[in-house]
Design a binder for this molecule. Structure first.
Ligand code: HPA
Length: 267
């Protein structure tokens, strides 16, 4: 079944919890657990017919509904990754569900490895642009001329300013940069990271770019935020470990939770 048809069926099951969310979030590794809203209701992916479950540690697999400052929001706590075996057209299902619930502004978040040596773990990076190195595109196989979607200003400049000022207000260090999506699940080699740096990437991760492409195709405003959880392979000494990535996100969770709440208030 087409991902949009599938999303419609899932959104219909969520309708009675949903209200009218203005803004939606996809929260990645470590981000999901940090988010809490007023009047919060969680619906597990596993309770929804047609929704795959999350298989990755650090991804709860819930749609969370709630409010902040009178504004309604929906948060996908967790996402579907290519490395779990999902095709790109399936991995974008949470984005399509948010769209079907009425969301037209989406904030995509992730954990990422810092490639720019000036970065530091715990900083946030606002996505100015991305490189999709997965070799997959979620629009493959769809019909209609909208598939030739323009990507020149994928990450909304105004949204980026709003996120940057929210970070400033909360004293959360953040900078802008270019994100590169790989499929994973293995981490990169140092030679790959050197190549990505030469290509213009500042941070690397295993999600987000294909979701941003699909969100733009659907006509949504898109923001992307990476939490730098580690320096990428070879940028600093030491090995990479998913547990360390989660531990670093956890150390950031108070700041991340505050940022999500502030964005619901102002977006
Ligand atoms: N590489 C790829 N994905 C990641 C990393 C990394 O170093 N850190 C967090 N997600």
């Amino acid at each position: 079944m087409d991902v949009c048809e599938r999303a419609k069926k899932i959104a219909a099951q969520l309708q009675k919890e949903a209200g009218m969310p203005r803004v939606g979030f996809i929260l990645g590794s470590g981000w999901g657990g940090a988010a809490h809203l007023e009047e919060e209701r969680a619906v597990a992916f596993s309770s929804l017919e047609g929704m795959p479950v999350c298989t990755v540690a650090g991804h709860a697999g819930n749609f969370l509904f709630g409010k902040e400052g009178g504004n309604s929001a929906v948060i996908s706590q967790g996402r579907l990754h290519l490395y779990e075996g999902h095709a790109a057209a399936t991995a974008v299902l949470p984005v399509a569900v948010l769209y079907e619930l009425g969301v037209r502004t989406v904030v995509l978040t992730n954990a990422a490895g810092g490639i720019d040596p000036a970065m530091q773990p715990s900083e946030l990076m606002l996505l100015r642009d991305h490189i999709n190195l997965t070799g997959q595109n979620p629009l493959v196989g769809r019909a209609g001329s909208q598939i030739f979607a323009d990507m020149t200003q994928l990450y909304d400049a105004e949204l980026r300013q709003t996120v940057a000022s929210a970070c400033r207000a909360l004293s959360i260090p953040c900078r802008e940069g270019v994100y590169i999506q790989v499929t994973g699940p293995s981490y990169e080699t140092p030679a790959e990271i050197r190549a990505f740096r030469a290509m213009g990437a500042d941070a690397v991760g295993m999600s987000t770019a294909i979701e941003a492409v699909f969100a733009r195709y659907l006509g949504m405003r898109v923001a992307g935020i990476s939490c730098i959880t580690n320096m990428a392979a070879g940028v600093s000494e030491g090995k990479l470990d998913h547990a360390d990535v989660l531990a670093q996100s956890k150390r950031n969770s108070r700041a991340i939770g505050a940022l999500v709440r502030e964005l619901v208030r102002v977006l």
